[in-house]
Design a protein around this ligand. Structure first.
Ligand code: CMC
Length: 428
């Protein structure tokens, strides 16, 4: 007999089916709760709420496991490329050689953005945050491809939007960096691979082509893989909820970019480096900052520590920590901020406050140090996360559309004033 959960409400018993996932995760399906009982559930931050069934990414926060479509992040990080992972997430299977070549080719074809879009950059001030620029430009892609506005078009038409997005986001991102410098933009070079092409658009200048270091390109590809999806996080949920209104894919991804920007989510990578630099400039006393993080009257949090889901360790952080050492060694960089990071990590892992709350370094604790080493400016760090997360957002959106999810529309428990009479302005 299938498992059920019983709720007793006002003396009445209601039974709800239990859903079991392929990794034996259990959920109580309360979709009929309100219809039967009049009650809703209350779960701020959706800490206990499964918003959907999904076959894309599995993570077990207690055991520190992360896999995309059943393949462990450790194995993908070691053996695959970012575009292979993007294909896996979006299509559900690893591509064979021919499928991967087709996928690469389709993306290569679309790396250029309409010349008219280049003019948008001139309107943004040089100090515009590149996440704001990227979100706006991704949204405006929908006006260049109006046929994309129907999310239920033929499969080929949807695929075309997907190729355009994966191809154009690095171009738009690199151009936002060029704009910040008030330098001319660099056009894509399609003979290069995805990460190499992004690097050359970021760092080439008219007087000199950027010499691509394979160590740097590989590290970037790895970082993109590690960020590629993370199941129902804040930005993926945003993409799904915006898309559930049948808004187009560009608009949904643009909303995801906005959600990612915040320092509690993808913006943490920028915040980590700023925090580490502050600690260094303040004399390097990590204990002082640990004490601040523990003080409930101080809003300071140790950026790059803690995770909503990982309560053991973040498997991505382990891979990144090693990559960070390798990149810095290969480039011969001695970064004092890395020493502060290592000291802070060690002290936090030995501190009872962090041990009790199971707060471990997350993916963003070390990623910024790699970005810095390869010359990416701090304000661009979250943009790098967005490029990496793009296939995950697309896969989440596609699954939501294909499984015909209803519009996302949570309930609430109203706590405001009861009905009252309007008081004329002259009498207030
Ligand atoms: N520094 C100090 N205390 C912390 C921290 C931290 N970084 N993170 C959590 N805590 C404490 C928090 O004060 C609370 O303590 P208490 O139980 O005494 O009230 C307890 O740990 C649980 O925290 P929470 O805020 O209820 O946990 P959450 O699941 O709502 O928040 C988080 C998760 C990631 C927002 C949070 O850990 C945080 O703010 N971390 C710093 C920002 C960061 O690094 N974000 C990147 C996340 S990884 C990239 C991504 O995938 O987005």
């Amino acid at each position: 007999m299938s498992e059920t959960a019983k709720f007793i409400l006002d003396g009445e018993t209601y039974e709800f089916p239990v859903t079991t996932g392929s990794e034996n995760e259990k959920g109580i399906d309360i979709s009929k709760l309100r219809g039967q009982s009049g009650y809703v559930t209350l779960d701020p931050g959706y800490k206990n709420t499964g918003a959907t069934e999904s076959a894309i990414t599995f993570l077990d926060g207690e055991k520190g496991i992360l896999s995309y479509r059943g393949y462990s992040i450790e194995e993908l990080a070691e053996k695959s490329t970012f575009l292979e992972v993007a294909y896996l997430l979006i299509e559900g299977e690893l591509p064979n050689k021919e499928q991967l070549e087709d996928f690469n080719e389709n993306i290569r074809k679309h790396t250029l953005v309409a010349e008219d879009m280049r003019k948008f950059y001139q309107a943004f001030p040089h100090h515009a945050h590149p996440m704001g620029v990227l979100g706006s430009l991704v949204n405006s892609l929908s006006s260049f491809y109006p046929e994309s506005q129907d999310p239920n078009r033929s499969e080929d038409a949807v695929d075309l939007t997907i190729y355009r997005l994966i191809a154009k986001v690095p171009t738009l991102a690199a151009w936002s960096h060029k704009n910040a410098q008030r330098h001319p933009v660099v056009y894509p070079k399609n003979e290069l691979n995805y990460s190499e092409n992004f690097l050359q658009m970021m760092f080439s200048v008219p007087s000199e082509d950027y010499k691509i270091d394979p160590v740097v390109a590989k590290a970037l590809d790895l970082l993109f893989i590690l960020h590629a999806d993370h199941e129902q996080n804040c930005s993926a949920s945003t993409v799904r909820i915006v898309g559930s209104s049948q808004a187009n894919l560009y608009a949904s991804i643009s909303a995801g970019i906005s959600a990612l920007w915040g320092p509690l989510h993808g913006g943490a990578n920028q915040a980590v480096i700023e925090m580490l630099e502050n600690i260094k400039n303040d004399g390097g006393d990590v204990t002082k900052y640990l004490d601040k993080a523990k003080d409930k009257n101080d809003p300071f949090r140790l950026m790059g520590f803690g995770h909503r889901v990982y309560k053991n360790f973040d498997p991505r952080a382990r891979i990144i920590k090693k990559a960070c050492d390798d990149v810095l060694d290969a480039l011969g960089i001695d970064d004092p901020v890395l020493d502060i990071a290592k000291k802070l990590e060690k002290a936090a892992l030995e501190d009872q406050y962090f041990v009790d709350r199971k707060l471990y370094p997350n993916v963003d604790f070390y990623s910024g140090i790699i970005y810095r080493a390869i010359g990416i400016p701090t304000e661009m760090f979250t943009v790098m996360f967005a490029i990496g997360r793009l296939p995950g957002w697309i896969a989440q959106w596609k699954e939501m559309i294909e499984t015909k999810q209803p519009i996302g529309r949570p309930r609430q428990i109203y706590t405001g004033a009861n009905a009252r009479n309007y008081v004329e302005l002259s009498k207030r």
